[in-house]
Design a protein around this ligand. Structure first.
Ligand code: ACO
Length: 330
């Protein structure tokens, strides 16, 4: 009897209607369309409507993934939401999505925080849990409302981020060779200070003074992050390829975390793989953290960039500094 492998049965994405262009941003902070495009490749980003929470975006993306998989909320027994922008600190956004979707109360629901690598951490966790045979179908959501945690007066960060959500449904197949064929996760905790929200947690609970000082907003050392991102993503990609005895040119499509076009171009050079093998949508959405890979994955599938038998490499880095890679054969 062959062992079942874990597969992605469906994908879905949701991005808010409101488009915030670089030109509009340059009216509120000291920046320009030219600076943002040349330094990051971003032209515009989506911004959630007032009252639209991370769980709302995640729920929309999840409905689309379920529909794509031909499944119903009642079929799901595991729900993981990867996010750094939960609706509230407690309870988990996964429980709020569970309620909005009508997922059975017998399902396991939890959030996972690995910043921009969150989706890869959640996918690996879901595959391990479903692969164990103890769960049948998992919904894995990456959803973020980063517009809620960026300082709109800080031009060094506010130009980079956007809102949105992506989701996948994980199940099993007996067809050998398909599905998640490998995953590699890591974290370089010595770099926690490079990208963080210093206030509002147990170290420095929110006070009137901390709020006035803006310590509940994202703080980032952009240049250091850039260099580390290129190094850890290149290593994460090389390690997983080597582990599975694949050459880079055997990868049909790389779906990298969409943080900065120049980071993606550097990975393309390091792996000696042309940019047409990389999926890029950072120009339209900016950095949507844990939502970036599942949104890109859904767009890649729906635009015919992924075909049966293709091997896709997913690779990401994020605050922590977390990093990870995954190989999927379709
Ligand atoms: N508009 C205009 N000028 C700006 C802006 C802006 N939005 N932001 C910074 N500048 C200025 C700086 O003040 C600086 O001016 P100075 O030379 O007078 O001091 C100049 O532009 C150059 O700034 P640098 O920071 O050196 O620019 P750099 O080329 O490094 O690009 C950037 C900055 C885009 C932030 C880049 O470093 C980067 O993308 N880093 C990675 C960030 C990232 O990916 N973060 C997400 C991590 S993932 C997650 O988990 C959330």
């Amino acid at each position: 009897m062959p062992t079942p492998s874990t597969v992605i049965l469906g994908t879905g994405a949701y991005t808010p209607e409101r488009i915030l262009t670089n030109a509009e941003l340059s009216k509120t902070v000291d920046t320009s369309d030219d600076w943002i495009r040349t330094r990051s490749g971003i032209r515009e980003r989506r911004i959630a409507a007032a009252g639209e929470a991370t769980s709302d975006m995640g729920t929309h993306a999840a409905r689309r993934a379920l529909e794509d998989a031909g499944l119903k909320p009642a079929d799901i027994d595991l729900l993981i939401v990867a996010t750094v922008t939960p609706d509230v600190p407690m309870p988990a956004t996964a429980c709020i999505v569970q309620q909005k979707l009508g997922i059975p109360t017998t399902s396991a629901c939890f959030d996972l925080n690995a910043a921009c690598t969150g989706f890869l951490y959640a996918l690996d966790t879901a595959c391990a849990m479903v692969g164990s045979g103890r769960y049948r179908y998992a919904l894995v959501i990456g959803a973020e409302k980063l517009s809620a945690i960026v300082d709109w007066k800080d031009r060094t960060t506010c130009v980079l981020f956007g809102d949105g959500a992506g989701a996948v449904v994980v199940g099993t197949t007996l067809e050998s060779g398909r599905g998640l064929i490998g995953s590699k996760l890591g974290a370089a905790g010595e770099s926690v200070d490079l990208l963080c929200i210093p206030g509002g947690g147990s170290t420095a609970p929110a006070t009137t003074a901390s709020i006035a000082a803006g310590s509940h907003f994202i703080k980032m050392k952009g240049k250091e992050i850039f260099k580390l991102a290129v190094r850890v993503m290149d290593e994460a990609a090389r390690d997983i390829l080597e582990q599975h005895q694949l050459r880079a040119d055997q990868i049909s499509l790389v779906i990298p975390h969409q943080a900065n076009l120049r980071i993606i171009e550097a990975i393309s050079q390091y792996l000696e793989l042309p940019m047409n093998r990389f999926f890029v949508n950072v120009d339209r959405y900016g950095n949507t953290s844990a939502a970036s890979i599942p949104i890109a994955l859904d767009e890649a599938r729906r635009t015919g960039r992924i075909k049966s038998g293709d091997v896709t490499l997913l690779v990401a880095f994020g605050a922590g500094l977390t990093y990870g890679s995954a190989l999927i054969r379709w």
